[in-house]
Structures are given as C-alpha cells and as structure tokens.
Ligand binder design. Sequence first.
Ligand code: SF4
Length: 376
Amino acid sequence: MSLWLETLNGIEALEVGEFDAGLVGSFEERFARLPRDAARQVNFYVPTFKAFASSEIAGCGKSAWPAVSITGPECKLQCDHCKAKLLEPMIPARTPDALWRVVNEQVEAGAQGMLLTGGSNLRDEVEYGPFFPTIRRIKDAFQGFRIAMHTALATRDQAKRIEESGVDAAMLDIIGAQDTVTQVYHLKRPVADFEAALAHLTETSLKVVPHIVVGLHYGRLLGEWHALETIARHKPAALVLVVIMPFYAPAKRPFAVPSSREVGRFFMDAREALPDIPVLLGCARPPGRAKVEIDAYAVMAGLNGLAHPSDGTVELAARLGRSVRVTPACCSIALGDEVLALDAGRDALTVDVAEFIRESGRRASQGLAGIPVVAA
Ligand code: SF4
C-alpha cells in the first residue's frame, strides 16, 4: 500500500470517501516530480472557525466581498446549468447611478471590494459599456476598494476599457468543447472565441483569472483538457477550478454528478500543466461523499487553495507535509479576493494547524503528533 493511501486510511473523517488506490499511488509519484514551489503551500478558506467546527458551512453573513449584478437577475443566455439563478442573490445595480449608490452603501458597511458581474447577452457578453466611467470613479474615490469583474467574452476593445477603468481582476469561464458551447450555453459562437477573449485580456495589465467548470457538459468531462491547453498558452495570474453543481438544470437535460476520480485526475493534470501559477479550488462542488473525495484529491494533486474544505482535508494536507494555512474567509476564491491577495504581499492568517484540527472537534485518529505546526 502506498504511503499516501495509508495516510488517507488513517484519517477518520475521510472514511466516508472511496479512493482509487491506483490513482492515489500515481498522484504520489507525480507530486514528487512537481517543481518544489508549485505545490508546497496550501491555503484553506473557511467562513469561520466555529461554523467549520460544527461541520456546517453556515451562511457567510455580511460579506466583505458583495457580488453585484448590472442586469439584476436577468440573463439572455439561460445556460442549462444555471438558468440565471446564480444572479438572483446578487445586489442589483442596473444603471451607473445605481452602481455608484450600491458601492457607497457597501463601502459604508465595510466592503473591501466586490465581484462585478451581470447576465450575458446572446453573444455571451456582459454589456458594461455605460458603466465604465462609474467604475473609474469608484476606483478613484475609494482607494483600496478592489473590483473583480466577470468579463465573459470580452473583445480587444472591451479588454482595454476594462483595464482603463481600473478593474483589478478579470475573470471568465473557459470552455474547451464546441458541443458544450452550443448545447449547455446555447451560444452560437465558435469555441475558439473563448481563447480569443482570454488573449485580449492577458494582453492588458489586468490580473486575469480564468475558471474551468469541471463537468460542465451535463456532468461529463469533455472539453476540460482543451480548456487547460488554451489557458496554458496565455499568462493568467491563477486558475480557479470549480466542479459543476447543476441545481437548476431542467428535468429534460439533467446533469450527472461527475466522477470524483475523473475530477481528481483532471486536478493533477491541471497542476502539472500550470506549475508556475496558483491553481485553486473554488467553493462550488457537489456535496456529501463526492465533496470529501474531490477535496482529498485536490490536496493530493497539489492545488494551492481550497475554499470550504471537507472534514479531514486540512489534516490530510498537514500529514502529507504541505505547508498549511487556514484563513477565515468566505468564498473569497470565487469572488477574487484571494486571487488578488496572491501576489499582493497580503499573507493569509496563519494558524497552528494541530490546534485548528483539535478545535474543529475532530479526533485525529493517529494523534496529532507529527503534524507540522505553523506558528500563529
Ligand atoms: S451566462 Fe452566466 S448567469 Fe447567464 S445563465 Fe449562463 S452561467 Fe448563468
């Protein structure tokens, strides 16, 4: 039995998962061949230690990073996995004046930044045109207030305007299969347009953070590896991976839960393909046993950050010798906060890992001796 499999089997909280012994063995070998800096440190983002201790991911409460939609809940594309439902809980700001007002209120309430997004038109573009002067005004008025923008398929001209408006981070989903573009997104554009948008954005000084939604093709992995090749051809600041959670899929086009093994294999391929940039796992992934398996595979694949880790995952990382940090933050990967912090010199809060595991209310089955302790 490989050492990693033994370690996995020794962590009580991971017993609910079923792990592929062959895959775990291959992760162990492939991880050892990674450049040392690529996967040395892993940062876990938990909403609060207390919520984490009860194994509940409680609502994040007042967010330092509100999400604002310039179309409210409206979106023309109506993708099969979303049906615009992602926009519903966001703060609507349908006009530049409304955006200015919303940001003033949010800053007053303690926001440090925002995710700025909106529904797409039929070309998968978010129509930010009239908002750019207001975005510039916000950036000039509130020094330090950071904006992560979901750009969708930006043209070269839009990428330039986004840069000039002072946006800090540009985010977009990269799709790698034409069938997914056509069927899931209902989009009549060639898949090559996703690479073109990524190229336009990375030509600017923006911090560009592409996302790959693993299992986007109705729960199957189809274009993910092509998306990875696309991203590797450009110079993004980081890659965020999320796993499909198709709560809103129509009954006639249901989504399967992707195989954890396949997802894990893709994580390792992503790690190897992009050794020079942080690869992070965002909040979205299926719950239950799948989440436990996916999170453990993410750690073993050497990802640099995990939002809302399952029980046992922090301990696994520590036992595998990763340098572990735990940050009390809410969904910050999805909203751009952590990506912006990556090279901004703003360190995550470092905690004593052994103490954290103890406080989380879980009994470490092998005792805590041997877990590397990071000074608070
Ligand atoms: S374009 Fe975005 S908001 Fe609109 S349905 Fe698709 S994923 Fe949802």
